[in-house]
Ligand binder design. Structure first.
Ligand code: SF4
Length: 283
């Protein structure tokens, strides 16, 4: 019933991207406590949970990240970390804490919004170059690396083809093309219009003009079918707001029960035809 969940485990981030959908940044103080996280995960396990996605903020800055990852993996869960790719030293420290078999159950995804000029205009100067180094380090340590690219209003065709060729050279295994979301700071950014989702498919097609042969996923936040269960850094369990609705609050991380989550998912599926995670479509 619920194969995956995403947790924003903090809202502290060394970057302050213009389009950050979780409103994170250097002044973020919210940190989900490991005990609360593990208790919530135990709540979800009877629903068939297989995969836990850790995001933020920058999840590698969470003070208990190594212990959280180890404990989740020891529960036979796949762990996915989405990082901004500028804290390679934190990633390397994390890997040192894991055994070979634990590493096989860790997937790391780097947020890199397409070509350098676009990425750096949203995320800050030199972020692209740092993220490229991080991708190399992750690939060499884990043998698998994925990239998440938010696509906005402008799609410069030659730059995107070049970007695909960079991903090919780096042996990136998977690219997720993500529609720009008008949530968090993205809601204030004059970058969004209703036709923006057309660009995700346009970008996907451009891969055919490149050497990139990795897997390509399209995650379209504008479709209500692609919502998923999310725990925000303040401990609220929600279905994140999409184009036609605000966030749907389900309860608190500390107190929500298996029955309450199950009930909410069944009801929402009936009424909204949610699919509860694009990730689940992979499994
Ligand atoms: S988008 Fe990601 S990297 Fe950028 S400020 Fe938000 S959490 Fe940090």
């Amino acid at each position: 019933m619920l194969k995956s969940v995403c947790l924003h485990i903090n809202n502290q981030c060394n970057l302050q991207c213009l389009h950050c959908w979780s409103n994170s940044g250097p002044n973020g103080k919210n940190v989900l406590d490991m005990t609360d996280i593990m208790s919530f995960i135990r709540t979800l396990m009877p629903l068939g949970l297989q995969r836990v996605s850790l995001s933020g903020g920058e999840p590698l800055l969470h003070p208990e990240i190594a212990d959280i990852v180890k404990e989740l993996i020891d529960k036979k869960l796949k762990v996915v970390i989405t990082t901004n790719g500028t804290k390679t030293d934190f990633f390397l420290n994390l890997v040192l804490c894991l055994s070979e078999s634990q590493r096989r159950n860790l997937e790391v995804r780097v947020s890199l919004d397409g070509p350098e000029n676009i990425c750096d205009s949203l995320r800050g100067r030199n972020v692209y170059r740092k993220a490229i180094s991080s991708i190399e380090a992750i690939k060499s340590k884990l043998g698998f690396v994925a990239v998440n690219s938010v696509v906005g209003l402008e799609v410069d065709i030659p730059s995107w083809i070049d970007f695909y060729n960079v991903l090919s050279r780096l042996n990136v295994n998977e690219l997720a093309i993500i529609t720009f979301s008008p949530r968090g700071r993205g809601g204030e950014f004059n970058y969004y219009n209703k036709d923006i989702h057309l660009n995700t498919n346009k970008v996907k097609l451009l891969s055919k003009n490149s050497n990139f042969r990795g897997r390509i996923l399209v995650w379209d936040y504008l479709s209500i079918e692609h919502g998923y269960l999310l725990v925000e850094h303040d401990g609220n369990v929600i279905l994140p707001g999409l184009i036609d609705s605000g966030d749907i609050f389900l309860g608190s991380l500390k107190s929500i029960s298996t029955k309450e989550v199950s009930h909410a998912l069944v009801n929402l599926r009936k009424t909204l035809n949610y699919s509860y995670s694009y990730d689940q479509k992979k499994n």
